[in-house]
Design a protein around this ligand. Structure first.
Ligand SMILES: NC(=O)c1ccc[n+]([C@@H]2O[C@H](COP(=O)([O-])OP(=O)(O)OC[C@H]3O[C@@H](n4cnc5c(N)ncnc54)[C@H](OP(=O)(O)O)[C@@H]3O)[C@@H](O)[C@H]2O)c1
Length: 210
């Protein structure tokens, strides 16, 4: 597949790009600074710009089959995810692309969830003290849920730098037993969702097994 990657220079984005390339996909990577891709820069097509900019997204999506995002705010951008979602949906419609896989967070509640007691408690704390980022992720979910595309918003717990272990647990609505995931496992799971059409129009929890 030819895959557009948003957030490609981030701590999850770089292993995500590496995983896609390792599985034989071609990547069009949205970057603000191509140098941040390191050695990967020579192996992908880069498109420079902001994830909220329609013209940038039109360029990014030229000829691609699907979009995967590991976007995250790096400053005070209280509605980065929601604004990006709205702009991206417009660009996807214009380009005729229907598949999107992105990263949300385990602290977000979605109708149908069957969180454990500790999962509910952690979510309550995250929603109380998480500020704008958490509100933004809740709003982002509503934007995709109201759309007609085949979206998946993966909900990981705490991210830890580290390679893929290949040992992940995941479920559409039940909390994971583990409360952490390596960024390598998250990257691999995003690609699994893309390749295997997993959790379409759902927001699965995923974690590295304890
Ligand atoms: N930290 C946790 O424990 C945790 C838990 C659950 C979920 N999450 C979520 O997991 C996701 C990935 O996290 P991470 O720590 O791997 O992310 P990260 O290292 O902070 O990377 C964020 C990426 O988004 C890009 N970006 C930010 N604003 C942009 C804009 N306006 N236009 C284009 N690109 C932009 C950054 O580009 P630059 O390199 O140019 O800055 C970077 O590539 C985030 O959504 C985060 O909220 C995190």
């Amino acid at each position: 597949m030819i895959v557009a990657v948003i957030g490609s220079t981030g701590r999850t984005g770089r292993p995500l790009v590496a995983e896609l390339l390792a599985r034989g996909h071609s990547v069009r990577a949205l970057v603000r600074d191509p140098a941040k891709l390191g050695d990967l820069a020579t192996r992908v097509t880069t498109v420079t710009g902001d994830s909220r900019d329609p013209a940038t997204l039109d360029h990014l999506l030229d000829g691609v089959d699907a979009v995967v995002s590991a976007l995250g705010p790096t400053g005070k951008e209280p509605s980065l995810h929601t604004e990006t979602a709205r702009a991206l949906l417009g660009a996807m419609h214009r380009a005729g692309i229907t598949r999107f896989v992105g990263v949300s967070g385990a602290g977000i509640d979605i109708p149908g969830d069957q969180k454990s007691i500790s999962g509910k408690l952690i979510s309550r704390l995250i929603q109380t003290f998480g500020g704008d980022v958490v509100k933004d992720k809740l709003a982002e979910h509503r934007v995709y849920a109201d759309s007609d595309i085949a979206w998946t918003l993966v909900r990981p717990p705490r991210l830890a730098d580290g390679a893929a272990t290949g040992r992940v647990e995941h479920d559409a609505h039940r909390s994971t037993r583990s409360t952490r995931i390596t960024r390598g496992d998250l990257a691999a799971f995003l690609v699994d969702c893309l390749e295997q059409e997993l959790y379409v129009r759902q927001a699965p929890f995923v974690a590295t097994q304890r």
